[in-house]
Design a protein around this ligand. Structure first.
Ligand code: URA
Ligand code: SF4
Length: 239
């Protein structure tokens, strides 16, 4: 049982998965025996009508087809995230840029190169013990900062990712990620260098790599933050 996961799937309209089989299912799935005995009152979620969905599959389908905010209109594709779904580390950025929108993977442009270098500095590599996501899954036009309502609309997906991954440590890259996770106004300069918390999971705030590309002097602070995260993770792993 994973109450956090069930809650966020429910919030997204995906409902508890064991109930899905009692819905009207497509013809090819109609032969399958139902595992739930009680009738279900929740409406069938569109994204979960296939008979054998896994939680990640439901989430990916929901995000792919999502039209909950206006960012859906200009995207080429929604970008859910990338990496190890059992990772101890979760890095959260702002939103896809042009290259990410094109390729369907977060942090593949210039900022992504810097992020990869930051990960390498603490012995990490994309795809191995790290998951990378964004506060919003669709590209804001002209790469503008996502608006509060857009981040709110998209937050259940991020919450769901966190509930599924259950990372040991979350790193918020930049102000939008920090604000959507901490649900409060954040100034990076004030918030960095100490531990915050997201539903019991330690959270560290640092500069966004795109900001660091424009503000080179703050790279040394980002380096301090990387050292801080590495120390905290070592403590969390008890080593
Ligand atoms: N910046 C972000 O915040 N996320 C990306 O995926 C790419 C650039
Ligand atoms: Fe849906 Fe998030 Fe894309 Fe908005 S940004 S359309 S909430 S997936």
């Amino acid at each position: 049982m994973n109450p956090g996961r069930d809650r966020c799937l429910h919030e997204m309209g995906l409902g508890p998965l064991w109930k899905l089989r009692t819905m009207q299912v497509p013809l090819e799935a109609a032969q399958e025996p139902s595992i739930a005995e009680e009738p279900v009152t929740i409406p069938p979620p569109v994204a979960a009508t296939a008979a054998q969905v896994t939680d990640w599959d439901s989430l990916a389908a929901a995000v792919r087809d999502c039209r909950k905010c206006r960012l859906c209109s200009a995207r080429k594709q929604a970008v859910l995230g990338v990496g190890d779904v059992n990772a101890d580390w979760l890095f959260v950025g702002e939103g896809p840029g042009a290259e990410e929108d094109q390729r369907g993977e977060p942090f593949v442009g210039q900022a992504g190169k810097l992020l990869d270098n930051m990960l390498a500095a603490i012995g990490l590599r994309r795809g191995s013990d790290v998951y990378i996501a964004n506060a919003v899954k669709c590209r804001p036009p002209e790469n503008r900062t996502p608006e509060t309502e857009e981040m709110e609309a998209c937050r259940p997906y991020l919450e769901c990712q966190i509930a599924l991954i259950r990372p040991k440590l979350i790193v918020a890259l930049g102000r939008p990620a920090a604000q959507t996770l901490l649900k409060t106004e954040v100034k990076i300069a004030a918030a960095r260098g100490r531990l915050h918390e997201y539903l019991g999971i330690p959270l560290i705030v640092t500069y966004h790599p795109a900001y660091l590309l424009r503000n080179l002097p703050d790279k040394s602070k980002a380096w301090e933050d990387l050292c801080f995260m590495r120390r905290e993770m070592a403590k969390l792993k008890g080593s």
